[in-house]
Ligand binder design. Structure first.
Ligand code: NAD
Ligand code: DAU
Length: 349
């Protein structure tokens, strides 16, 4: 039995990765290490939590001794590392936690892997999940390639860039069998509603203002989270050691156009008169250092591993909106409590 550690498995992308692996590989033991921060939610994995090939461990990746002991206990064959502080706005108001978790936490996992693997790396993999934000901000033209120089501009992206560099350093210096992927913006079910798409859906449902940063002209490249999870499975099983893979949907949207689209889909779903939700759009103060455009060139993963997105944006967005509307209890649970304090502080005029 292969033993795979997934970190951050109770979060948005991690829960989709865990679901895919637990169902697809019954002969693997999938261990989910998660601190359960505000973004980690055991409800995301209710459907698989009792499977015999799944185990949850509540732990902080910055707890060096705890992480070392866990690796000693399980002798993992592979690590898929997703645990991170992931929201750019929070990194602007409170950078420290991003440095601790994203950099020091990653270092602990690398050291714990070296500690159990020694120099015996056959069939071992340390797979680090990163973001396209490490490449910085694009103008009107061009795409992020795996060879694009790093140019992070927020505390979040700087912490992710730093962890990528350390992971690569462990490959070159110690021979640790690492893989890295850098993905564009994900959307789909179970995403914490501080991120644009679930936030807009939730605010439309509750007839609250729709906050658009600046003029809404910034561009993001959106990928359905289940396609990202499939790409992670492909890179983990078929990707080359020491390589980086960019993952994206070739699906660029200006924020304001995306918000208009969501308003129209929601009006249709809620039986509103067309145009009603657009009236909620409110332009607010821009994000500090707001990156203008992200766009991934995913040719390498397509040509070498055969991965391409499985759904169109239209299909993915429709199923996403339906999921949030059908899972109002989930939404209620995650938007009560401390989220309200964050929301009021972030969007105060
Ligand atoms: P998320 O914020 O939804 O989930 C993060 C998870 O990590 C949560 O379950 C949280 O409890 C856990 N966590 C946080 N700090 C921890 C700590 N110190 N110890 C243990 N667990 C901890 O994030 P997400 O959107 O699912 O992103 C997952 C990963 O993918 C991150 O590394 C992020 O940088 C990367 N990524 C995200 C996107 C995106 O669009 N969301 C795109 C590309 C890459
Ligand atoms: O590109 C990958 C990254 O995508 C991931 O690494 C991050 O973890 C993830 O959070 C995401 O970062 P963004 O900053 O692009 O996502 P966010 O959903 O926060 O914002 C998307 C765009 O929408 C961005 O241009 C800012 C804008 N925005 C966001 C919010 C929350 C608004 O206009 N209003 C809002 O209220």
């Amino acid at each position: 039995m292969k033993k795979i550690l997934v970190t951050g498995g109770s979060g948005f992308i991690g829960s989709h990765v865990i679901r895919l692996l637990v169902n697809k590989y019954p002969d693997y033991l999938i261990v989910n290490l998660d601190k359960l921060t505000y973004a980690g939610n055991p409800e995301n994995l209710l459907d698989i939590e009792n499977k015999s090939n799944y185990k949850f461990v509540k732990m902080d990746i910055t707890d060096e001794a705890g992480v070392f002991n866990l690796f000693e206990e399980y002798q993992f064959d592979g690590v898929i590392h997703l645990a991170a502080e992931s929201h750019v706005d929070r990194s602007i108001s409170n950078p420290n936690e991003f440095i601790n978790t994203n950099i020091v936490g990653t270092l602990n996992l690398l050291n714990a892997s070296r500690n159990i693997w020694g120099n015996e790396f056959e069939n071992k993999i340390f797979y680090h999940i990163s973001t396209d934000e490490v490449y910085g901000s694009l103008g009107d033209e061009g795409f992020f390639l795996e060879t694009t120089p790093y140019d992070p501009r927020s505390p979040y992206s700087a912490s992710k860039a730093s962890s990528d560099h350390i992971v690569r350093a462990y490959f070159y210096t110690f021979g640790l069998p690492v893989k890295i992927s850098n993905c564009s913006n994900n959307y789909g079910s179970h995403q914490f509603p501080e991120k644009l798409i679930p936030l807009i859906i939730n605010n439309i449902k509750n007839e609250k203002p729709l906050p658009v940063y600046g003029k809404g002209e910034n561009i993001r490249d959106w990928l359905w989270v289940e396609d990202h999870a499939k790409a992670i499975d492909d890179v983990f099983h078929k990707g080359q050691i020491g390589e980086t893979y960019n993952i994206g949907g070739h699906n660029e949207w200006k924020n304001i156009d995306l918000i208009h689209l969501l308003c129209d889909i929601m009006d249709q779903k809620l039986g509103n008169s067309i145009g009603k939700s657009r009236e909620l759009i409110t332009f607010v103060k821009d994000r500090a250092g707001h990156d203008m455009r992200y766009a991934i060139d995913a040719t390498k993963i397509k040509d070498t591993l055969g991965w391409i997105p499985s759904v169109t944006f239209e299909q993915g967005l429709k199923s996403t909106v339906e999921w949030y509307l059908e899972n109002q209890k989930w939404m209620k649970n995650v938007t009560s409590g401390s989220y309200l304090e964050y929301y009021n502080e972030q969007y105060k005029q």
